[in-house]
Design a protein around this ligand. Structure first.
Ligand code: GLA
Length: 407
């Protein structure tokens, strides 16, 4: 049934560094009764293209969002960690010595997991108090967990006895990425691939990050949509991530098994040109479809990058559409809400649209003409309403900078 009044799409604003710092700082002072050493932040991300390629040694192309997580942080002399978050009703308190795989539950695992991984890497880590506030939509597939990890990794790395080159070289950032990945894989128990942490810690403002997951190398590509008269609209479907963890782990396991049976280290080693002879070597249809997605998706990243480099960003839409189709049909990680979001956005004039992130709910992105955000999001809200889905939320993605210090 159509709305009787025009729906008003909900736009999720980002906080300025000063605002985020003030919020985290005031929570800290309220709870712990003293001032933090400072406030640090790390952004969420959207991936432009290159989905489910990171754990296959492939290519991905994320941008950091202006939406960030802020952590007011104070180092302690002992090994106690005390955590509060504006988003979580339960504070956490424990000792670093007790952090181990399987020992910490819930959101705290992402925080103390980073400290644990840095300790394992031989860095000087002590206990700390932290208060976290965030405007990264939660559970929206926009990497709120990597933002949380990054916002703690950077202040931990500002320890006076830190081994290595501080926190501002890309080499140092790559080490922090490794620690955040270990935190997520080993302490939080989510076997994700590393794109999110790389985006949050290594992106550059105004640029997309071309991440080569074969060796962790990065390239920063100027990504100036306004110059092309365009905008990137993010549609948070608010669909529940049903079975997301189990399904993600299953996709990863299928890819690893396929690579092993094809005798390659990762699916990255398979050339698109050889796909026709490679796929029949796999026994089941499902594995064939998964491999086809990964190999064609890596090629779509190359195509996207070539267009960007040639100043033809207006022409990337069909690659985004093809990516979505492949994720929906071959990789089977989309859902009704994501499919509807991309269809409704395209019908309302988007040049291209696709799900972004792990899938099974979460967010889609749509490349739209500048100034069309309201019209496209209104059309998406209407389509969700007609289909009986919960109301989605929206944000405009501009390429933000990496994790750093806010105050
Ligand atoms: C999630 C994971 C990433 C990546 C994407 C899919 O966001 O955290 O490592 O695998 O899914 O591209």
């Amino acid at each position: 049934m159509p709305y009787t009044d025009q729906p008003t799409p909900e736009l999720v604003d980002s906080w300025s560094a000063a605002d985020g710092a003030a919020r985290a700082s005031s929570t800290f002072t309220e709870v712990f009764g003293e001032r933090p050493d400072g406030v640090w932040f790390a952004p969420g991300r959207v991936n432009l293209i290159g989905e489910h390629t990171d754990y296959n040694g492939g290519l991905a192309l994320p941008i950091a969002l202006p939406h960030r997580t802020f952590a007011a942080f104070r180092r302690r002399d002992d090994d106690v960690v005390r955590l509060v978050s504006g988003r979580e009703s339960t504070p956490w308190e424990g000792r670093l010595a007790d952090v181990a795989p399987g020992a910490v539950e819930g959101w705290a695992a992402y925080v103390v997991g980073v400290a644990w991984a840095l300790q394992q890497a031989g860095q000087p880590v002590t206990g700390f108090d932290a208060a976290v506030e965030s405007c990264v939509p939660y559970g929206a597939g926009l990497s709120s967990s990597a933002a949380l990890e990054g916002s703690i990794a950077v202040p931990l790395a500002e320890h006076p006895d830190w081994v290595g080159s501080g926190v501002d070289t890309d080499e140092a950032r790559a080490l922090l990425v490794e620690a955040c990945i270990r935190a997520e894989n080993e302490i939080a128990g989510a076997n994700t691939g590393g794109m999110d942490q790389s985006a949050s810690l290594r992106c550059r403002e105004g640029h997309a990050l071309l991440l080569d997951c074969r060796n962790g190398s990065v390239e920063h590509l100027p990504f100036d949509l306004p110059a092309a008269g365009l905008e990137l609209l993010v549609i948070d479907t608010r669909a529940p991530h049903a079975h997301a963890d189990g399904q993600y782990a299953q996709r990863r396991a299928t890819c690893e098994a396929a690579a092993a049976s094809l005798g390659v280290e990762t699916l990255r080693e398979i050339d698109l040109a050889d796909l026709d002879v490679t796929l029949p070597r796999l026994e089941d249809d499902v594995a064939r479809a998964r491999v086809r997605h990964v190999v064609t998706e890596i090629d779509r990243v190359r195509g996207f990058v070539a267009l960007l480099s040639a100043g033809k960003v207006r022409e990337v839409g069909p690659l985004m559409d093809a990516s979505h189709t492949s994720l929906r049909d071959d990789y089977e990680v989309s859902c009704a809400e994501l499919d509807l979001a991309v269809e409704a956005a395209r019908a309302a004039g988007a040049l291209g649209a696709r799900m972004t992130g792990g899938g099974f709910g979460g967010s889609a992105i749509a490349l739209i003409e500048a100034g069309q955000g309201h019209a496209v999001s209104t059309a998406v809200v209407q389509a969700f309403h007609d289909a009986g889905h919960a109301e989605p939320a929206f944000l405009i993605a501009t390429p933000g900078g990496p994790a750093g210090r806010a105050g």
